[in-house]
Design a protein around this ligand. Structure first.
Ligand SMILES: *Cc1c(COP(=O)(O)O)cnc(C)c1O
Length: 459
């Protein structure tokens, strides 16, 4: 039971009270509350988190993939403070604020060519909802309307957020199956993986194989497909499923050929994670719609953006009575505090040459992964820039997984915690996704903790 006896206002709760309230009052995301162990962070500095007792933990997963330049970055802190002295919030329903406008300008300048318009919202899921609805409405009212284009093509194990539209295009059975009766129907293709391939498919011909599957569906059904949605290069939440090189480029060519829109969900892989500002740039791809969130504010505040091409934008123009308006919005979309954090995040990329400093870190991570890959219980290691997934298996020859309930990934992370490194796994996949400004010496500590953790967890 929660202790609800009245407390004097000036008395701050004890650690025990905070932990009890955290267990009983706070319903945590993706957490079985029966087993929840409170882990309360008091403050952070750079890539280090400090708990209530002052114990330090390296943040090995960027506060769930969103922190970019470390915590308490002076430039971002100062930008938010300066914005507070102006105004904290201005609605985007018919009003604007200079900081938000400047952010739109910067994003359009940085994004792949052709994405000239920015719709702001507040999370990755909403950035995806916006893209899905824009794609749908586009075909209803573009110059030569194609009202039959109402479906989406998505990939197995996709993750696009937790609202019902984004869950509909999602495909992670463990998260999404329960809600199936509530979801709209989606055309689905196998995830373009390079591990556990079908017979006769090799890493060398995987790209061709998976693109062929796409080509067949688009040839037969393009007239009813509004858009293909993809996580460019890597499906992160699925367990860091790495796509074959060239797949994204091929997907862009096929969608263009069949006049189907391409939605790139870069919520996880955007904002520098892969070594380029946007993952699409790795394959020189220009999507029709680009979804950004997580790292866009450096991991400070909830802000998201959906970027659209001029072709899409044009289809929504007309008089009010033409009903071409995009009737969609989120109260805090384009919030100036978030926009200030986002602009400062982009400034830091320039000031600190963040992307230019990444190759050395990417190479160091690769060295560790090459060694880890030799372990008898490591089935596959997957790396994209500063993102890594290590898949633990019972048998690396047969690729037989460890039973889900044994929580081998969690056991690795539990061990890492005793070494002062905080990580969060995806089932049997150990994930590393440190802030981009991590120091080599800190990266070493994370990798060594993982290596040691794998030894301990597979005994
Ligand atoms: C995290 C994530 C989302 C959802 O973002 P939220 O801000 O949690 O709603 C969507 N797409 C991808 C690829 C993600 O990794």
């Amino acid at each position: 039971m929660v202790d609800d006896s009245p407390r004097p206002a000036d008395e701050s709760p004890t650690r025990e009270q905070l932990e009890a309230w955290d267990r009983e009052l706070v319903w945590h995301a993706f957490t079985q509350m029966t087993e929840h162990q409170p882990f309360i962070i008091q403050r952070a500095e750079g890539c280090t988190l400090y708990d209530l007792e002052g114990r330090a933990y390296l943040d090995g997963v960027s506060s769930l993939w969103c922190n970019v330049h470390g915590h308490r970055h002076p430039t971002i802190d100062a930008a938010i403070r300066a914005q507070l002295d102006q105004v904290a919030h201005v609605t985007s329903l018919g009003m604007a604020h200079p900081t938000t406008i400047k952010l739109a300008r910067r994003l359009v300048d940085l994004a792949p060519a052709g994405l000239g318009h920015v719709f702001f919202s507040d999370s990755g899921a909403t950035a995806v909802e916006v893209a899905l609805k824009m794609a749908f409405q586009f075909w209803q009212q573009c110059e030569q309307p194609q009202p039959k284009k109402t479906k989406y093509l998505a990939f197995e194990n996709a993750y696009h957020g937790d609202t019902l539209g984004s869950v509909s295009v999602g495909g992670v059975p463990r998260f999404h199956e329960m809600f199936r009766p509530l979801l709209f129907e989606v055309l689905r293709l196998p995830s373009p993986t390079m591990y556990r391939l079908p017979t006769n498919v090799t890493r060398e011909n995987a790209c061709e194989y998976f693109l062929n599957l796409v080509a067949q569906v688009l040839e037969h059904q393009h007239a009813e497909i509004a858009a293909v949605i993809v996580e460019p290069l890597m499906q992160c939440a699925a367990g860091m499923i790495l796509h074959p090189p060239g797949f994204l480029r091929g997907l862009r060519e096929l969608t263009r050929q069949h006049d189907v829109l391409l939605i790139a969900d870069e919520v996880a892989v955007g904002m520098g994670r892969t070594g380029r500002m946007f993952a699409c740039q790795q394959e020189d791809v220009q999507p029709d719609l680009l979804c950004l969130a997580k790292g866009i504010t450096g991991g400070y505040l909830p802000l998201a953006a959906t970027l659209a091409t001029d072709r899409i934008w044009q289809a929504f123009l007309g008089t009010y009575s033409s009903s071409r308006t995009f009737f969609h919005g989120h109260t805090y979309g384009g919030n100036p505090l978030g926009a200030a954090a986002a602009l400062a995040t982009l400034d830091v990329f320039e000031q600190e040459q963040t992307l230019a400093n990444m190759p050395a870190k990417i190479a160091r991570l690769q060295e560790y992964l090459a060694r880890i890959a030799l372990h008898p219980n490591v089935g596959d290691v997957r790396q994209l820039g500063l993102i890594a997934g290590i898949e633990l298996v019972r048998d690396r020859v047969t690729q037989e997984p460890f039973p889900w309930g044994e929580r081998r990934g969690q056991r690795v992370c539990n061990h890492a915690l005793t070494r002062g490194v905080w990580l969060r796994p995806l089932g049997n996949v150990v994930v590393m996704m440190p802030p981009l400004n991590i120091k080599l010496e800190e990266l070493d500590r994370i990798c060594l903790a993982v290596e040691e953790g794998i030894e301990v967890a597979t005994r």
